[in-house]
Design a protein around this ligand. Structure first.
Ligand code: UD1
Ligand code: UDP
Length: 354
């Protein structure tokens, strides 16, 4: 029996882990223990995903959130180390690029417990993004690296990782597994799948929200899209809500609370266009044949830019407005070859068993 210890803590990690946990449950020779760091803690940022997606209840629930990056990561490190000393797993499994990812990988590596990283090899080449630092360090600390795309494999090769004892696998993207799997579940639950006359937006990344100029410009751009192009529906991340209030900005779009994954899939399915700075939502737009306008200067998902499915507009109000106008309703052809077509979780578990 292999003992896998999974560390998760933020919304996108719950979604990614849900499909891998399902595949683990089908493999009788793996026992998974889940630790939730508590990084995301509101019901609609955490519990709702465990309930909707059938993720096993975490055996260990920390309550580490807020504070500066060092504080958050350091407190997680201390508590994850204690849990690992107690559980003595064979391997630690981490996802993506959040502070929870780095803390899990670092705690394990220091105890000489092998680390497997799902969503390895992604790079924006912008060290100003906290996610980029987390990704690079987590990849360095990991023994098995599951890459979602060919480009991610190449990034690791360019960094010389193929000349080390680390194992690099192109697994495909677990977010495509989740989108396909849960869309099928949704089909049997919700009949409301008609076209919607709205643009779906999300905005939360630190490089936008923590920079007053960028945030103000994006708010103006979203307001213009809402007024002159199409109504904008925006499930507002708590981080963004706080910072918009703090800066006294007036965001005049259809703001809703963060939604569960099923509701999000339904919005993605029905919308006319996606505007986002999220990593995951850029790909989900593509999975649902929607064009995406990304409010960032760089993206890790470069292949979507290359095929014309996605466009980077930075934090430029005018570019955001023009891109939204020209891409509204544009149909984007999906291509299973880019992200693995929904087989990533099975491939990951097969390698973990090896
Ligand atoms: C984190 C990740 C980011 C990821 C995002 C997914 C890091 C460095 N960043 O950013 O890569 O894209 O999660 O959504 O790990 N808050 C609440 N309730 C919650 C969660 C957060 O009120 O349930 C508020 C808190 O005030 C907190 C702030 O949002 O201080 C930011 O949360 P934090 O987890 O630090 O970063 P995110 O912006 O969520
Ligand atoms: N998501 C969700 N509800 C929301 C906003 C996003 O379920 O209100 C999902 C979204 O569909 C995607 C994931 O959360 O699967 C992306 O997470 P987020 O944008 O928070 O983080 P990132 O991918 O940028 O790290």
């Amino acid at each position: 029996m292999i003992k896998i210890f999974t560390v998760i803590g933020a919304r996108p990690q719950f979604i990614k882990a849900s499909v891998v946990s399902k595949a683990i449950q089908q493999a009788s020779s793996i026992k998974e223990t889940i630790l939730h760091t508590g990084q995301h803690f509101d019901k609609n940022m955490s519990d709702i995903f465990f309930n909707q997606l059938g993720i096993p209840k975490p055996s260990i629930k920390l309550n580490v959130n807020g504070g500066n990056h060092g504080q958050m990561t350091g407190r997680m490190l201390i508590e994850i180390e204690e849990a690992l000393l107690h559980e003595k797993p064979d391997r630690v499994l981490v996802y993506g690029d959040t502070n929870s990812t780095l803390a899990g990988a670092l705690a394990a590596a220091k105890l000489n417990i092998p680390v497997a990283h799902v969503e390895a090899g992604l790079r924006s080449f912008n060290n100003q993004m906290p996610e980029e630092i987390n990704r690079i360090l987590t990849d360095r600390l990991s023994d098995v690296l599951f890459c979602p795309t060919e480009l991610a494999v190449k990034n690791l090769r360019d960094e010389g990782i193929d000349k080390t004892s680390k194992k690099v696998f192109k697994s495909g993207d677990v977010m495509q597994d989740a989108a396909l799997f849960f869309s099928r579940e949704l089909d049997s639950e919700i009949s409301n799948s008609g076209d919607g006359n709205f643009v779906l937006a999300t905005l939360h990344r630190a490089e936008n929200t923590d920079n007053p100029k960028r945030l103000a410009s994006l708010v103006r751009g979203l307001n213009r899209v809402h007024k002159h192009v199409s109504p904008v529906v925006l499930p507002l991340h708590p981080r963004t809500k706080k910072l918009i209030q703090k800066q006294g900005l007036s965001l005049d779009v259809d703001i809703i609370d963060p939604v569960g994954y099923f509701e999000m899939l339904n919005l993605l399915r029905r919308c006319q266009l996606v505007l986002t700075d999220s990593g995951g939502v850029q790909k989900e737009a593509f999975f649902f044949n929607k064009a995406c306008v990304t409010m960032r200067d760089q993206t890790e998902w470069v292949e979507l830019i290359d095929i014309g499915a996605n466009e980077l507009v930075g934090a430029d109000e005018e570019l955001l407005f023009l891109a939204a106008k020209s891409s509204l309703g544009r149909y984007v052809e999906d291509d299973d070859n880019l992200y693995g077509g929904g087989t990533a979780a099975k491939r990951i578990v097969r390698q973990l068993l090896d």
